[in-house]
Design a protein around this ligand. Structure first.
Ligand SMILES: [Zn+2]
Ligand SMILES: [Zn+2]
Length: 268
């Protein structure tokens, strides 16, 4: 994806965020202002990550692919989908990518090196749709490295664009402050398969009972399959990080991983 297309995607992505942030004010889970300092910070981080992807990550992956092509005569990819019906291409990419991201996410919580960067995503204490975009550039780099093996499967651009749009809508939806009514039967049925603000909200709860749970992206089936799901009707609240991991809630604090000053440890 080049420069012009990226502006189109930034516009689409922000439109999705604004719809979910604004919409949640009419049916909120946690009482909070619709727009906050964290929303603005996440918007800044989003623009920064787009620039890093465009000028650093994508050229790097492109050159790695060229190098691989020169040595092996093809591009690195998990499977080939050329010639397949577009609907099946979409379904195949959806399932394989979602399963891959489940395991990458699980690894991010298991390996200290990956957690160092992934905790930027967990650093917000006020969740809204824009929280989906809060990440460290190093996390974006290794996530792109993994998922590009799926995206370079020979799938036509319209299928990929449709898939990425669904991925963004899912990210905005599961991080949003919409109240997901677990008391209703239909919500429970949806929660068994599709990720939502309740299920993913619990992944962000800073409490030992929620640690190591609900890693899924778009689907909740992987957590159920691999035994990492947390089923509770209680509303998720108390988001963020432990004091030993907490980061300064500023642009530089998140990018340079500056620890948040603990008032009780200040010498003055
Ligand atoms: Zn996580
Ligand atoms: Zn999240």
């Amino acid at each position: 994806m080049g420069g012009i297309e990226r502006f189109y995607f930034i516009g689409l992505q922000w439109f999705i965020f604004i719809v979910f942030i604004w919409g949640a004010r009419f049916y909120p889970r946690n009482p909070q202002p619709t727009w906050s300092k964290d929303t603005l910070l996440n918007a800044g981080v989003n623009l920064w990550l787009h620039a890093v992807k465009l000028f650093l990550i994508l050229p790097l992956i492109f050159h790695l692919d060229i190098w691989y092509f020169q040595h092996h005569g093809n591009v690195p990819r998990l499977f080939k989908l050329e010639g397949m019906d577009p609907v099946w291409q979409f379904i195949a990419i959806f399932l394989v990518d979602d399963l891959l991201v489940y395991w990458v996410h699980r690894a991010e919580h298991a390996f200290p090196f990956m957690w160092t960067f992934h905790r930027v995503h967990h650093s917000t204490e006020k969740m809204d749709a824009s929280s989906a975009e809060r990440a460290h550039p190093v996390e974006s780099l290794y996530e792109y490295l993994f998922v590009h093996f799926v995206y370079s499967s020979g799938t036509p651009l319209p299928v990929l664009v449709s898939y990425v749009t669904v991925r963004w809508i899912s990210g905005a939806w599961r991080h949003s402050n919409f109240d997901f009514p677990m008391s209703s039967r239909w919500a429970r049925a949806v929660n068994r398969v599709v990720n939502n603000p309740h299920f993913h909200g619990w992944h962000h709860v800073n409490h030992p009972s929620a640690y190591g749970k609900n890693y899924g992206s778009m689907l909740t089936i992987w957590d159920r399959l691999f035994g990492t799901h947390l089923d509770t009707d209680k509303k998720p609240e108390g988001f963020g990080l432990d004091e030993n991991y907490a980061l300064r809630n500023r642009f530089l604090g998140l990018n340079l991983l500056i620890a948040r000053a603990n008032p009780s440890q200040r010498p003055w």
